[in-house]
Ligand binder design. Structure first.
Ligand SMILES: Cc1cc2nc3c(=O)[nH]c(=O)nc-3n(C[C@H](O)[C@H](O)[C@H](O)COP(=O)(O)O)c2cc1C
Length: 360
């Protein structure tokens, strides 16, 4: 039996061997934004584990776009060179190598989560983060500096440069991080964007930065390769960013050549959160896919093979992204295929783990 989850997915000139993506996951394990052995093994294992697409975590497009000083970055050529063998290895294992480009904005210059996420002062290696205004995320975060229009242009330029570097490093899918309360989401949401210039106020103004940025990146990212955007589709609060606005923005993205919207939610202000029940964000993906008519990825507490298959069968998403389930088990895709189809092609080196008759 063939499942939808293991039916290849075509997007522009790229074919994913299945519809499972490893969602971007910060490892907070880099120095100077450079990937190292941890990232090589972490990403490499997940490619070996059978996912069709593996995303590198939120990679900062500028030094002051990191969340923490331990974030990965792709703002210089040393980082580009360090990513190249990782992307090549992922591809050699049949996974499309993807990278999420990100700017943390006012959520930057924080400690890594296991140290408490408090602001890192400038004298300890932190920085003054840019934001739509000078209002911090909360009183433990750094006070940002309000961005000028020149600063906005600079960030667009940084994303474009990072796209060039990503391509030269061998990545085949780009995802622009516009969710989770990071810089682009800070401009989208009326909860964090209180500007009175033409980047604040109306829907048109709040989405201007996101659209300009996506258009600029699409112009330099190869036509034959996919460009995705991750949105927080709703802030889960009144008078905030919500599903209808995401649908309108997704339509506009589609017109400028964004290929898929990765549907997440929340995190633009501390209260913007929801209980994480199984598949809690699937209805967001379903709404964007149905109402905007654009391909989507569903993500969030998807942990079971049959659950993933049912989401695709219902037409609620085109791709399934997994994060924590993939941390727990890099071989999740191989096990899922075994469960759904009664077969799975483990790497030859590992066949003795699953086949007692494999040559010894
Ligand atoms: C360790 C960890 C790091 C994460 N880092 C990122 C990130 O870099 N970029 C991003 O968009 N989401 C990030 N997320 C969110 C995940 O991509 C995903 O959307 C979320 O965990 C829900 O999916 P799950 O229930 O399968 O874990 C991270 C999640 C985890 C657990």
């Amino acid at each position: 039996m063939t499942s939808l989850l293991f039916t290849p997915y075509e997007c522009r000139g790229l074919t994913l061997k299945n519809r499972i993506g490893v969602a971007p996951m910060c490892q907070y394990s880099a120095q100077n934004g450079l990937p190292n052995m941890w990232h090589t093994v972490h990403l490499g294992s997940r490619a070996v584990g059978g996912a069709g697409l593996v995303f590198v975590e939120a990679a900062a497009v500028a030094e002051n776009g990191r969340i923490s000083p331990a974030d990965i970055g792709i703002w210089n050529s040393e980082q580009e060179a360090a990513f190249a063998p990782i992307a090549a290895f992922m591809k050699s294992q049949g996974a499309a190598p993807g990278i999420q480009l990100a700017h943390a904005g006012r959520k930057g210059s924080t400690q890594v989560p296991w140290e408490g996420r408090k602001a890192v002062p400038v004298e300890d290696g932190g920085w003054i983060p840019p934001g739509p205004t000078d209002v911090p995320f909360n009183d433990t975060y750094a006070k940002p500096e309000e961005m000028s229009e020149a600063d906005i242009d600079r960030v667009i330029h940084d994303f474009v440069e990072a796209a060039h570097r990503s391509r030269r490093a061998g990545f085949e899918v780009l995802e622009l991080h516009m969710g989770h309360g990071y810089l682009l989401h800070q401009f989208l949401s009326p909860l964090s964007n209180h500007r009175d210039d033409h980047y604040g106020g109306s829907f048109e103004n709040r989405t201007r930065f996101a659209l300009q940025l996506a258009e600029a990146v699409r112009a330099v990212w190869p036509d034959e390769l996919p460009l995705f955007v991750r949105l927080s589709v709703t802030d889960w609060l009144p008078d905030a960013w919500d599903v209808p606005q995401s649908v309108e923005l997704a339509k506009a993205f589609s017109k400028i050549g964004v290929d898929l919207v990765d549907c997440s939610s929340g995190s633009v202000v501390p209260e913007s959160r929801v209980e994480q029940t199984p598949g809690y964000q699937v209805p967001l993906s379903a709404a964007v896919r149905r109402d905007a008519g654009v391909p989507t990825a569903a993500v969030g507490k998807i942990t079971e093979a049959r659950q993933a298959e049912a989401i695709l069968q219902a037409g609620d998403a085109d791709l399934i992204f997994l994060a924590r389930a993939m941390l727990a088990d890099p071989y999740w895709p191989l096990r899922a295929q075994q469960e759904l189809e009664g077969r799975a092609k483990w790497p030859v080196q590992y066949q003795r783990a699953v086949d007692p008759n494999a040559p010894s």
